[in-house]
Design a protein around this ligand. Structure first.
Ligand SMILES: NC(=O)c1ccc[n+]([C@@H]2O[C@H](COP(=O)([O-])OP(=O)(O)OC[C@H]3O[C@@H](n4cnc5c(N)ncnc54)[C@H](O)[C@@H]3O)[C@@H](O)[C@H]2O)c1
Ligand SMILES: Cc1cc2nc3c(=O)[nH]c(=O)nc-3n(C[C@H](O)[C@H](O)[C@H](O)COP(=O)(O)O)c2cc1C
Ligand code: SF4
Length: 519
């Protein structure tokens, strides 16, 4: 029985040199008498957190699943290749790490401070105050506060949360749902996981407020299967909240009923897309639905549904506690409040940093992240997951703001940033984006399903220096078709990493002509 080790091939892993790490893990296990075979699954994962390695066996399929213990690959930590410790460091004493102490923690205020599963600790640190205020208000007044706070969807699209809630509140139905999107598939992101493992009650409180605000009595938290600790913690927290009367037929003794369940995904990136997620929750194969109808009108089981990201929902209690004006005071332009920036990849200080919108990308990478772990110059930073653009140093003055990033053909997404040093080959990264899309495509529309597969082929020809100008024209044309012709943002946004790599790092796409190289 040979354990197979799956190496999630996301861009964070690539930034760290996934192949090298994979080989090292293989060796570490071999030294311990475990015969192992490396299999790259080519899709998602957050390698740098705790090494997210799935161990499966040929005869039983997946038998053990989840992070490898740091002690299993101690040599890798010693060599600085894996930095699982920052998870602990982040949850641990932020005051001992100067740049962590400089954060503005509103959503993450309690993480690392309280016992995550103690409702008493939660209450002693301001927990449930938002919900207490909410039960005394009308649904319309709660929605008004959330709208006035300026909170926008932290899952990536930045849609105003209050407006989404109002659509559900205004839609008449016998049943409505709150769905929390905890699929967290973006490379370099781990904020949702941190909340679920570090302060689960804040998510429960946020979802309950959403239920009361919109008339929904049932909630579902859809958690990616790669997060076994988060699943276990959320399940325990939901039980504790139910026992304490925070959930149930009379929320905090009020006439409002709300309850929720934890559901586990099946490992498809596209199931983070809200309509595939709904299909998956309904027990079907996760495939993107055409919009309209919006989930807010016709969502889970055809009923009006609020779908929000973990951080969007977890940001609501502080708004309902301290008021819309308090929250709105942070940030810049139309990006209000704080955002948990997740710094990963080849960076000296990876971790989660909650700050008001408005810091520049350069401040985040150089000052907070401390530059690359390898000490080499930063070449590129991918912001917003595998569908996000690669920004060169010349764009480091871009403030962390939805509109500022969009103006430079980029996106903030879920605020994960992955840093690459000057050894990165951007043609390879562009190929990775196309390959990722072809693996994760739900297959419903042609530009994404066929386009991504053809895209890999075109970039492979480019790498072999076969008629390079022709391939560049072809990939540009293909990206245009994918951007405007895809049904959802998986196919529609894959052109961002591809075209930004091509536009900002053209030298990597034009291999030295043979004659020149020979001189
Ligand atoms: N967090 C992650 O792991 C991850 C992974 C991949 C992509 N993304 C992000 O996903 C984003 C795209 O998501 P999308 O396709 O759902 O975006 P979208 O713009 O279609 O929708 C955003 C949200 O607003 C809602 N909405 C839109 N108009 C509405 C209206 N008039 N009334 C009520 N609700 C309305 C949608 O239902 C949805 O919930 C990208 O920007 C990307 O950053 C995130
Ligand atoms: C391919 C794809 C994957 C997505 N994955 C996630 C995800 O893992 N988590 C998430 O919150 N949103 C994800 N989204 C965005 C959701 O469709 C949706 O916009 C979000 O859950 C709405 O919540 P928000 O308004 O609170 O951000 C994804 C979108 C696409 C196109
Ligand atoms: S863009 Fe890709 S993932 Fe989205 S609907 Fe089309 S085939 Fe499916």
């Amino acid at each position: 029985m040979i354990p197979r080790i799956y190496i999630p091939g996301d861009s964070g892993a690539l930034a760290l040199g996934a192949e090298k790490v994979a080989k090292a893990i293989e060796k570490e296990l071999a030294d311990r008498g475990i015969e192992a075979k490396i299999v790259r699954n080519g899709s998602r994962g957050a390698y740098f957190l705790e090494p997210m390695v799935e161990v499966a066996t040929a005869d039983k399929g997946r038998v053990a699943y989840g992070p490898v213990k740091p002690s299993d690959v101690k040599g890798l930590f010693d060599s600085g290749f894996l930095t699982g410790g920052h998870h602990k460091r982040w949850l641990g004493a932020p005051d001992k790490i100067p740049f962590l102490a400089k954060q503005t923690r509103l959503t993450f205020a309690r993480c690392g401070v309280i016992n995550p599963l103690s409702l008493d600790h939660y209450k002693a640190h301001g927990g449930l105050k938002g919900l207490q205020n909410a039960v005394a208000l009308t649904p319309a007044d709660i929605v008004k506060q959330v709208t006035e706070s300026g909170l926008r969807g932290r899952g990536g699209a930045g849609f105003p949360t209050g407006i989404k809630w109002k659509t559900v509140l205004d839609t008449t139905a016998d049943r409505k749902y709150i769905v929390c999107n905890a699929d967290e598939g973006d490379s370099g992101t781990f904020a949702d996981r941190m909340i679920m493992e570090g302060d689960p009650f804040v998510l429960i409180e946020g979802m309950t407020i959403a239920g009361i605000a919109t008339g929904a009595t049932k909630g579902f938290i859809y958690i990616r299967s790669e997060y076994p600790h988060a699943v276990a913690t959320m399940q325990k927290a939901v039980e504790a909240a139910r026992k304490a009367g925070v959930l149930g037929v009379n929320v905090l003794g009020s006439p409002n009923a709300f309850d929720m369940e934890v559901r586990v995904g099946a490992g498809a990136y596209v199931c983070g897309e809200e309509t595939s997620l709904l299909d998956s929750l309904e027990g079907k194969r996760g495939q993107v639905r055409a919009k309209p109808p919006l989930p807010a009108h016709k969502g889970l089981f055809g009923k009006p549904t609020v779908i929000n990201n973990v951080i969007s929902l977890a940001s609501v209690p502080v708004i309902m506690d301290k008021g819309a004006a308090f929250y709105k005071d942070f940030g810049m332009g139309r990006s209000r409040g704080t955002i948990p920036i997740q710094i990963a990849g080849n960076v000296k200080y990876p971790g989660l940093y909650e700050a008001a919108f408005g810091m520049t990308l350069g401040e985040i990478v150089d000052e907070i992240g401390g530059g690359t772990a390898t000490g080499r110059p930063v070449k590129a930073v991918q912001v917003g997951g595998p569908l996000g653009a690669y920004f060169p140093r010349t764009l480091f003055d871009t403030p962390f703001d939805y509109e500022a990033f969009a103006a430079k053909d980029g996106l903030i997404g879920h605020a994960g940033i992955v840093v690459f040093d000057d050894s990165a080959d951007m043609l390879k990264q562009a190929r990775f984006a196309m390959e990722f899309c072809s693996i994760e495509s739900c297959g419903k529309c042609t530009p994404c399903r066929i386009g991504s597969t053809r895209g890999v082929e075109v970039l492979d020809r480019l790498a072999q220096n076969i008629e390079p100008e022709k391939q560049i024209a072809l990939v540009t044309d293909l990206c245009n078709t994918m951007k405007f012709g895809s049904l959802c943002a998986l196919g529609g946004f894959t052109p961002y990493p591809v075209m930004s790599a091509l536009n900002h790092f053209p030298d990597d796409f034009r291999p030295t002509p043979v004659a020149e190289a020979a001189e």
